[in-house]
Structures are given as structure tokens and as C-alpha cells.
Design a binder for this molecule. Sequence first.
Ligand code: BF8
Length: 660
Amino acid sequence: MSEKKRSIDPAALEILKQAEEMGIATAFDRADEMRPCPIGAKGQCCKLCGMGPCRITKEGQTGICGATLDTIAARNLVRMIAGGAAAHSDHGRDMAFALIAVAQGEAPGYEIKDAGKLLVMAKDLGVGTEGRTIEEIALEVGQVYLGEFGKQRGEVIYASRAPEARQQLWRQEGLMPRGIDREIVEIMHRTHIGDDQDAEHILRQGLRTAIADGWGGSMYATDISDVLFGTPSPLVTKVNLGVLKEDEVNVVIHGHEPTLSMAVVDATRDPELIEYAKSKGARGINIAGICCTSNETLMRQGVPSAGNFLNQELAIITGAVEAMVVDVQCIMQALGPLSEKFHTKLITTSPKVKIKGAVHIEFDEHRAPEIAKEIIKTAIDNYPNRKEARIPDFTTDLVPGFSHEYIRYMQGGYYRASFRPLNDAIIAGRVRGAAGVVGCNNPRVCHDAAHHYIVTEFLKNDVLVVQTGCGAIANAKYGLLLGEAAMEYAGPGLREVCEAIGIPPVLHMGSCVDNSRILTLLTEVATEGGVGTDISDIPVVGVAPEWMSEKAISIGTYCVASGVYTLFGVGSPVEGSEEVTRLIGEGWEELVGAKLELGLEPEDIVKRSLAHIDAKRKALGLAEYDPSRFGRSGDRRMEAWLALREKGEPVSLYREPRLK
Ligand code: BF8
């Protein structure tokens, strides 16, 4: 595969060339060298007991126990959901422990930053607030959250945040999750040899577990992060490998849980450590993020992002990273041997994650500032070991931080905050619909290309886009998370809305656990009125064009369970079974009002999404999409800019429109 097809990110391409010259292999090379196992890729392999692994490759063939292809494919899919839900939810559990430690005054360096949000959470959880201190409320909220993981009966409490009709449907169909851990364990039990053998029945447990992730573990993780570190609102920062600095100590934070990264960010601002860095010949300490840790710190402290999933190895290959500090999830094992080829110290911090070749400095929220300082000191001590550094000169500005609270606020300010303007824009057809384009990178497809193509096509077609995870970082690199992008890419109606509110056409809503924010946003849209009463009524789609992780599969499944038609790129892990493909498609549409379609090409994703959005508009009796009705501006400079563009003059995003 030529390098041109490997990525559309110029910084990534530059470093890949450098890696080739140095004889260093990356995930891009390993993906070229090792084709996916054709049997496993399609869900046709069962390795759940010692009689196998059984490979089902012929019509009518079964495993040694008699398991059919449909049973095997369904089991494999729900085990992926269990893995993804476990990762998100265990993250949520650790956030609950952190909240409790803060409430008990045992977590120096942390504080309750958003008490208002804590009170909203307390109300939803049934925690009394009258006459109690914030710490007392936080303690009980934390304890209720912890109880949610091990709960055996009843309902996951935040599921009551879903629209009423959705909750009824979940109850009626037996999909309402009882406790988060219980649902995950039940998948592991049901998929053990000799248990649940009916594909449709197995898949139902996949839905229930995914709901426990989206409306449980992930939503708890998001809420506690906001309480402890602040609910995001827009700010300006930068993205791509060019955020690393030639003359400073570069610390890259990578992973997912914000407890560690926030403490490390604080430590980089410690005057004593800055002086210490200077004593080693550096001008200061520079911090940058990778993956979802980056999303957490981008949107709260404006910490620049060095990139997404496929940028992690490339950051080390610049030779400019003194320390890469990791916690959990999406950390390639390749970082261990790779860091040994450079001076970079790979520092693992989670009691759950050790990597050969890494230094382990275990994080504990009870001693966060002390540990964070030790980490930064380790990085500073490593600065004199830096040899040649080649940092690609590419950065782009972006505006992250659109929490659903801020999205409501921006539509009316403090006194009239609501979702009315957005709903009215959808009803009028200015905004044709909305799309959540989320998820990973995958070296099996061109890095960032599908994210960029699909999102620019949506914008052209007046579809408002929200993004999280590595997808958000992808399009940030290409300028789509800036207000100017509306002028350059958006169709006429969407451009009007973005111009009037002053927002980018692509709203960054956070990390992967923050897909829960999208669920809350959709609920607010549904309850605001005019576009139906349930999420499945709204003209909206969910897309993961470059997915690779089990978390992505869990997210896709809870989106579907919530009523959002969801489309994935790359490949389908159930392709081998027509029946399972039908069950998660038409079958789930009948059951929960939305389909999950996997392994689609980007062009097909756009085509199917727009058709779905138009069909939902029609079902709601809304005006047919007609972009010719919109596109005027009340701003003279904007009109001039648009007139220039109309004449076919080359107008740039950054060029001032000429006024006569
Ligand atoms: O949780 S998008 S590659 S970093 S799994 Fe991982 Fe995928 Fe990135 Fe965040 Ni989400």
C-alpha cells in the first residue's frame, strides 16, 4: 500500500516516511503485513471451549458441540459488547471511587468544580440535598453510583433519563438493565459452552448490556468527570503532532481516565518543576494529549492534542517525547519496544495495566499531586537524553467543549436556554438532520479519510454533526471544528444556523464515554417537542466509520437500543452469518426502532444516512429538504464573502472578504 493511502494527515505521512527511513515498523506496516484472519473477521470462529476452536466455513457445518454459525456469530458479537461495556463502566467505577475520596477529604489536589451539576445528579439519583453540605451530597452520590455496578435487581437509575416511551419499550421487551456488572457477567455466562443457543435471545442480552453502558457506566463516568473537573464549554486550542515543542520537555498523556491526566496537567504548571526543567536546559514543560485522554484535557484545560489512536506511535518517532504517560485502554503494546528505540520513557500508571518496557509509577487518587510530580520529574530528568528530534510543522486550531449543557445554553443564554432553536431549525429544514460521527482509527483503512469524507458530505447536505473520541480529533486536524468551517463546507441552511449562533458545524462533545452526552442531547431534543416524542423519531444517525475497538461495538449497540440508526465502516464481525446480520438490522429495527449495519463503505454510509434522515422527516410530516430556500446572511461581510464564492472566485477560509 502506498503511503498516500495510509493517512490523509500530513504530519502522520511525514513521520511514517521518517519511520521507513529509520527501519521502524508501525501499526500501518503491521496491518499491511498481516491480513485479518478471514474466518475470525466474519465471526465464524468459536474458541469458547477446549473442543475447538471450531471454524465454520461450510453451509450446514456446526461446531463440535453442535453450535451453529448463527449462535457462534451472535456469541462473538455480544462478547465484544461485554468487553466494551466493561471498559467504559470500570472507568465509571473508578470515577465513583475518586468522587468518594474527594467527598471524604482524602484526595488532595481535587475538588468539586461543578456543584450545580452534582445537584442535578443528586436529584436524578434520589439523593437528598436539603440542609447537607456539598461533600455530604457528593459522598452519597458516589455511594449510589458504586451500588449501581453491583446492583442485582431493579433498574439502572439513569435509564430513567431516557424519553418515557423508550423506557416503556425497554421494560416491555425485557431490555431494561438491572445492574451494570450483572449484565456484563450474564453475557459471559450465557456465552459459555452449553448455555444460550438462540441467536435472537443472545443478541437481546447484548442490547441490555449496551444500555447499561450508555445509560449507566459511561453516563456516570461523564457526570463525575464534569463534577470533579468542570463541565466543558468551548475554548480554543490546537491539534496535531506539531504541538510538540523543540525546546521544552514534552510529556504526552494517553489513555482515558481524567483523574490521572488532570493531576499531571497541574504538575506541568508547578513553578518549581518549571525551574527544574530549565535547570536541565529546557525552556519549560509542554504537555499534549493522545486519544480520549486528549479529549478530556482539550475540552477542559485547552491542553493541545498530539493526535488520535494512530498518532500514538508517531509521537514517539518524532524523537521529541520525554515521557508518554498512559493509564487504560487503546494503548498499543508496540509502544513498549518502540520507546526503547528512542529516549522516551513509557510510564504506566494504572494498577490494571502494565506493559513490558515501561516504567510503572502507580497512580492513586489519594496521593495524586505527589505522583504527578514524580512523573513530571522523571520526564524532566530524561530531557538531556534527547537526541535528534523531528517534529512535523503541522497544527490546526479547534474549538472543543460542547457539552449538552453548553449546547442548550448557547441557544438562548442564561434566561432562555433550550433546544427550541435547534428543533425549529430541523422542523423548517434549515438543518436537515443530525449525525454523531464517532469512534476510532483503524489501520485497515486510510487514517482519518472516512471521518473527513463522511463529515464533509454531511455538512454539504445540511446535516449538523457532533463528534467524540478519535473521530473528533481527526476532523479537528482538518479545520472542521472551527466556526469558519461552516462557511467553507456547510450547506446553506446549516451555514445560516452556525452563523447566527456562532458555532462550528461540527461540535466536539468529548471522549468516548461522553457519547452518553449525545444520548442526553437527543433526549432533550425529543422532549423539547416538534420532532417526535422518542429518540427513534428524530432525523438522526450514528456513524463509526473507522471503528476497531470493542467499546465502539458497545457504543453502536446502545445507540441502536436508544433508537438511533447506526452505521459502521471497515468490516462486519458478523458478516459470516446472514441471520445475525438480519437480526441486528431489520430485527432490531422491529424491536427497538433502529438498525445496526456494519462493514459499509463511506459512500454507502452517506447515502443510507441521508435517505434515513429524509424518511424520518417525512414520517414526522416535516417540510421536504430543500436547500434553495436558505443561505442568506444579515452580515454584510458574509454576504460579500458568499458573493465572491458564488462567482467562483477562489475564497479561502482565512481570507477576509473584500468590501466595496
Ligand atoms: O475510547 S475512539 S481508538 S481512544 S476506542 Fe480508543 Fe476508539 Fe479512540 Fe477513546 Ni474510543
